[in-house]
Design a protein around this ligand. Structure first.
Ligand code: UD1
Length: 380
């Protein structure tokens, strides 16, 4: 590495929607330490639709990125390769003392691979989560990013055991809590009432929602939406659920594309399934906060519902976030229709399991992280 800039630059990477709420509290914390540390923000452009990107920057108060690599969509190989090609010159010009990545998306591994080959330390936030399912692209991204990271920040204690099993030195691992929950706690007051979101998205407040409340559905994992047979079965269950409880369904672009291509549209065109475009962060907080239950295959939503105390039904065979099941409100049910329906019935009858908020999910993860960065990598 060449001479260090002053103040030294910490380069932070965002690419896809779930990255934005993880970087926001880090950017805010860095602002408090701006005499000692300077933020350089790189957006890879993995997510580019306004609905998947713009509103999040504004609502979360994330500064405009210094660079947008504008990579857009593509196969995993194309997307990862394009990020790497476009990121390398940025790294050469800015010369940060470290590159900070979050989560498990293609942008996370792509930028980490470029940095490690230039001997620039990688800081990984949300390290050590494992589904032990290598069919998930995110699992591959997690394992590889952790292997080449210098500082690994974990959200739950089980993650450390996963990392130790993979041979990662204990001194690199720090349990700090959950930056995603920092964002949630920082912005809960700004949650948009669900009535407003529905009026804005559908033009009116559908009558079916008023007497009984509603559930929220999010679906975008390749294993659930890329195979039309699996997707049809899941949407069939959702249609049965909607006869018990109206379902609000903000549809991810990947899922919308599959529904359109496979003509499964009729399954979501039902009076008690309200399918709407992807919603902003404040709208999503409002939808979750007032829901009777949430059905999801997202990692972040499992954590957010646990923090909010709202019952969550995870439509996957496993979770890399076991604390949400052990302590939180999450139940992992897979895709079997009967299991899903009986879990819904149970929640509607009993209110679901009473969870507690996990250790260190207290809104202070980002400040712990920046303190440790200053005491470790930066002081070397
Ligand atoms: C990515 C992440 C996933 C994360 C999810 C959140 C990886 C491997 N996956 O999945 O971990 O949970 O983001 O959303 O990085 N598209 C648009 N507009 C956009 C973005 C995507 O239309 O702004 C469409 C594109 O057609 C694209 C498809 O959605 O082909 C999938 O996008 P991509 O970023 O490849 O993966 P996600 O499924 O969003």
């Amino acid at each position: 590495m060449g001479r260090r800039m002053f103040p030294p630059v910490l380069m932070c990477i965002v690419g896809a929607r779930p990255n934005f709420m993880k970087i926001a509290p880090i950017a805010t914390e860095l602002q408090k330490h701006k005499d000692a540390l300077r933020l350089s923000l790189v957006h890879t452009g993995q997510h580019y639709d306004e609905a998947m990107k713009g509103a999040f920057f504004n609502q979360l108060g994330i500064p405009q990125p210094d660079v947008d690599l504008e990579v857009g969509s593509g196969s995993h190989a194309v997307q990862t390769a394009q990020i790497m090609l476009r990121f390398e010159p940025v790294l050469d010009t800015v010369k940060p003392f470290a590159v900070l990545v979050v989560g498990d998306v293609n942008s996370t591994i792509a930028c980490s691979l470029v940095a490690v080959k230039k001997n620039i330390p990688i800081i990984h936030i949300e390290a050590g989560l494992r589904s032990y399912d290598r069919q998930m692209p995110e699992e591959v991204n997690r394992v590889l990013t952790d292997q080449i990271s210098e500082l690994l920040f974990t959200t739950e204690r089980s993650a450390k055991l996963n990392l130790l099993r993979e041979g990662i030195g204990e001194a690199k691992i720090h349990f700090v809590g959950n930056v995603m929950i920092d964002s949630l706690l920082n912005h809960l007051k700004q949650a948009v009432p669900y009535q407003t979101t529905l009026r804005n998205s559908t033009g009116a407040l559908p009558q079916c929602v008023l007497p009984n409340g509603y559930g929220v559905l999010t679906l975008h994992r390749p294993s659930n939406v890329d195979d039309p047979v699996v997707l049809e079965r899941l949407l069939g269950v959702v249609s049965s659920v909607s006869r018990k409880l109206p379902i609000l369904f903000p549809i991810h672009p990947r899922t919308r594309k599959m529904i359109e291509q496979t003509r499964l549209g009729n399954l979501v065109k039902q009076p008690a399934i309200l399918s709407i475009p992807p919603v902003s962060y404040f709208e999503m907080l409002g939808l979750m906060k007032s829901a009777k239950l949430v059905l999801t295959d997202s990692g972040g939503v499992q954590e957010e519902t646990t923090a909010l105390g709202i019952p969550c039904i995870t439509l996957r065979e496993n979770t890399e976030r076991p604390i949400t099941v052990e302590e939180g409100t999450n139940t992992v049910v897979g895709s079997d229709p009967e299991t899903i329906l009986s879990c819904v019935d149970d929640i509607l009858q009993t209110g679901g399991k009473a969870g507690k908020v996990p250790e260190y999910w207290d809104g202070k993860a980002a400040s712990r992280i920046i303190k440790i960065v200053q005491e470790t990598i930066l002081s070397h």
